[in-house]
Design a protein around this ligand. Structure first.
Ligand SMILES: Nc1ncnc2c1ncn2[C@@H]1O[C@H](COP(=O)(O)OP(=O)(O)OP(=O)(O)O)[C@@H](O)[C@H]1O
Ligand SMILES: [Mg+2]
Length: 372
């Protein structure tokens, strides 16, 4: 049965491949076989290090770059031979890219004018779009008379004025200062749900990705490493790249000892032991295990106390960063352990000095086994 248009993906990318020949004579695999679907009204974020292929992927969706192999369908239509201006897609760039000699109103209405939309309708839609981004009454100004944040709002209004099926946003907030950026993050998110348009958003900023996205796609070297909800990506990274790239983590590597009926123990190379509650699969295998800094505590909980295990060491560093006390503990073997502590734990540590012995507790259900 054919899926209804309400639930069919807005974009379907299959085995997208893009290679570039560099002037130095090398071949860069910017996209190495990407499969990705974006659903109606979904906020998907592409996250990954510089050069991993984020912009290239957006440019192939918008049509500014042709695929070497694979296919892109938008609303069920094959796009491979459709030029950029005929695709139901708009892009918002980091540097706004407004026409400096046109007024705000004319910038927003430019695409409609090109499509010969009658003047009255154009004015109405420009007014609506500017209202949606909170820029009412600024039609007459030129871009040079606006702040960076205001220019980005105009660029957004221009991108949504013709109601595309899909909006591509390439680091749209990275030129803004932290405070304005956070305001714009909230506004962008509510604008997206108001419009019901699917967004594919690119950012370097993992916090931004975690707070804004329905789904995060982590890329590296032109490959998708993992896709999933922010909490899946953060709590259950599938490989060490994702575990290290998203958030702070402590990674342990060791040999798993046989399950003793209650716990599995991971014997680390340096003699330390990590205790896991459930029998991790692949006993006697070398395993990678992750613990996030916020998964430690200083005061062992009294409830279900038997489910907690500890690591001991000397306090090597401590810094109060507002809500958390961030510390580094150094175990006897010299292994650094990062922990972020709050409340009672944070106050206790405030009274400890660098060099003091500290015990950190963790729930034995907390260590996450990384497959690869
Ligand atoms: N026109 C081009 N010619 C040659 N190589 C290119 C070209 N465009 C991109 N590349 C290469 O393709 C790879 C992917 O580039 P892309 O711009 O997609 O990365 P990105 O993830 O957007 O990075 P950033 O976060 O720095 O913006 C990089 O190695 C880049 O150098
Ligand atoms: Mg880029």
């Amino acid at each position: 049965m054919k899926p209804s248009s309400a639930t069919a993906p807005v974009v379907e990318i299959r085995r997208a491949t893009k290679r570039f020949r560099t002037p130095e004579g090398q071949t860069v695999h910017a996209l190495a076989g990407i499969d990705l679907s974006v659903n109606p009204n979904e906020f998907v974020t592409l996250l990954g290090p510089s050069g991993c292929g984020k912009t290239t992927l957006l440019r192939t969706i918008s049509g500014f770059e042709a695929l070497d192999d694979g296919s892109i369908h938008i609303q069920g239509r094959a796009m491979n031979h459709i030029p950029p201006h005929s695709r139901p897609v708009n892009t918002v760039f980091q540097n706004y890219a407004l026409f400096p000699h046109l007024s705000v109103g004319d910038n927003v209405g430019y695409g409609l004018a090109v499509r010969k939309v009658p003047r009255r309708e154009r004015e109405m839609r420009v007014g609506e779009a500017l209202e949606m981004v909170g820029m009412n009454g600024m039609q007459q100004r030129s871009p040079g008379q606006l702040s960076g944040g205001q220019q980005q709002r105009v660029a957004l209004a221009r991108a949504i004025v013709n109601r595309p099926a899909l909006l591509l946003l390439d680091e749209p907030l990275s030129a803004l200062d932290r405070h304005l950026r956070q305001t714009m993050q909230r506004e962008l998110k509510s604008l997206q749900s108001e419009l019901g348009i699917a967004f594919v958003f690119v950012t370097h900023d993992q916090e931004e990705a975690l707070t804004m996205s329905d789904r995060i796609v982590v890329l590296n070297g032109g490959h998708i490493q993992q896709e999933g909800s922010p909490s899946e990506i953060y709590n259950r990274p599938v490989n060490t790249f994702v575990a290290e790239f998203i958030g702070e983590s402590n990674r342990f590597q060791g040999m798993l000892e046989p399950f003793d009926g209650q716990f599995s123990r991971l014997r680390l190379e340096d003699g330390d032991t990590l205790t896991l509650m459930s029998p991790a699969s692949g006993a006697a295998d070398a395993l990678h295990v992750m613990l996030r800094p916020e998964q430690f505590c200083v005061h062992k909980p009294t409830e279900a106390a038997e489910e907690y295990a500890s690591l001991c060491g000397r306090l090597a560093q401590k810094a109060f960063v507002g809500r958390d006390m961030e510390i580094t503990l150094e175990t006897a073997s010299g292994r650094p352990i990062k922990a972020a502590l709050r409340g009672h734990d944070s106050r206790t540590l405030a009274e400890r000095n660098v060099g003091d012995e500290v015990t950190l507790w963790y729930a034995t259900s907390a260590p996450h086994v990384i497959a690869a």
